[in-house]
Design a binder for this molecule. Sequence first.
Ligand code: ADP
Ligand code: SF4
Length: 678
Amino acid sequence: MTTPSQYKALFAPLKIGPVTAPNRFFASPHSTGHGWTEPKGAIALRAMKAEGGWGTVAVGLTEISPNSDYANHPMERIWDEEDIPRHHLQVNEIKKHGSLSAIELGHGGMQSRNLTTGLPIIGPSNLSVLRPEIPSQSKAMDLTDIKLFRNEHKAAVKRSLKAGYDIIYVYAAHGLSILSHFLSIDTNKRFDQYGGTFENRIRLLKEILEDTLELANGNAAVALRFSVAEPNKPNGISHEEEGRDAVEALSELPDLWDVNLSGWPKDSQTSRFADEAYQLDYTNFVKSITSKPVVGVGRFTSPDLMVSLIKNRKLDLIGGARPSIADPFLPSKIKNNQIENIRECIGCNVCVSMDAYGVPVKCTQNPTISEEWRKGWHPETPAISRKKEKHLIIGSGPAGLECALTLANAGHDVTVAETRNEPGGRVAQEARLPGLNAWNRVKDYRVYQLSQKNNSRIFLSSHMSINDIKEFGSDTVTLATGATWRADCVGSTNFEPIETKKYTILTPDDIMLEKFPNSTLDQFIVYDDDHNYMASVIAEKLLNNGHNVTYVTPLPTVSTWTQYTLEQAAIIERLKSLEIKFALNYKINQNFELINTIDNKKLKLTSEHVVIVGGRIPNDQLFSDGQLINTIQNVFLTGDCLVPGTIQAAVLSGHQTARKILDRDTDILYSKREQTIQ
Ligand code: ADP
Ligand code: SF4
């Protein structure tokens, strides 16, 4: 297939110092969650991006030395010679597809944990480390320590060159680098030549860049990853002041500028809080200062926007971490004029949450991510199938649609029956809540793909009873019928149902289906015993409708789990701006009173409308009454109907179920594991 002429600019090679990128797609450095202990998984994941056409594939943050120990965050390591063969293999697997390989060398400074090594955490000054979970301070580096650090960085550069990397990063971004800690007036309290004035605070970054360039010596390009702004951080650098000054000071030194926002919550904003290209307002200026190539990120998924950024000289390379996770084949789909087949990132940050857990990355849109090596899954190649069968799937939510698509891709005959007059299940409903519109992509991608096949169909307004299922007559039946929000207060901190007649009890389903009192200035309590995003978007919707809302939770923080998707601070800001009231540490008791978990004081319930955001009950009645299983042999449960969870979990469950259906003789849950003693 020929590349559409309007996208040709995205496929023009670009010289980056001594190396040449084959195209403008740059898979930005990110942790895969496999870390250095599961290299085969990490390598296969990155090689998949190269296979999918990303012209440059970067390896995530790689610790240069034992005193930059991030464990148990699953980072890469290049501490000594023993690490080289692993990196060498990685380089080869990336280059096999004609892509450039890049390594992001980093030292965590005051963000290191050093829990494995027990070495002192080092930084510009003697201050508390930048990790609330580590009760320690950083050792203020003396000039000998600084020299030692430079030597360690140089040694890591030499090892990276030996491994064969094309691009070697100097890392000064996200507030996660010792070089950022030296630059920041917040953490640099020194009085010597490395502290005080801007020239002094940037000195170490400049020296490390010069060291790296000298060693690379034309055998590899040197990139600088630099956060030009730290919005909302007190004393943070700004793209109009020191962020700009730094770009001006180092302008022609690196072969490549990789620019972004800091900290990570600002760099990886979700679609709820920021649109595609949200970083450009901050990073735009860099190209006007340097003649060197510039790569930037901003959850880019639209080919038209990508082209306009290149043509209008905003960026030279289109960086993508999340878009490359959601669709490793994004570049080749643009190249082959298959734009409609792109699986666009929905900006939900479930991938990011896996980093906090320290496990291989998972993705709402791409259920095959991290399974490239462990299970041999490929995002574009159909699953292996033993024989062709006829399948009925009940429910068109994320699980049902993914299951259907995986079966249809394998050439099977698939029918999806859906009660509602629209497909998408919970995704279609939730996407109507404030800020969640991009989540429709989960549904849109799959519905479109199914509509293009003559072996699959979706019947809407088709509620299925047991008799309907029996009459339909298929080889397998999969129940993807979802789950219903509970009204009885059973949730994360309470397992006993609580009843009340005093108040109008509502659930997220009622709010999403607009079944709630909606006269102006009603008072609502949103009781969050789910702790993910749902209570906050329900509250936001009610506030937008002009109601008074109090957010109540038995936990000490708002939307506690959203700290893992980096949204918690943004959620609090948004709700505050809408003048919500917060009541933390209040738990509903059996008398339906809100009792403070610390001082036992009672919160007066002024509202007669209480939205309970707690647990969900699987809609598995078709299965649980036993009739179906007695008459049909191959019945499967999938997604929220099997076990309520996230949309990502539902998609993965749908995918797993389809593979189980396709190959019923194999244990599809089996994964290869990486053994360190062979
Ligand atoms: P999941 O997240 O597991 O995909 P969802 O709740 O998103 O689950 O989707 C379940 C879908 O199943 C809903 O759209 C619902 O209307 C549909 N559904 C539930 N019961 C039936 C049924 N008996 N017949 C057809 N569709 C059903
Ligand atoms: Fe995008 Fe969500 Fe997938 Fe992350 S998990 S890549 S944010 S769709």
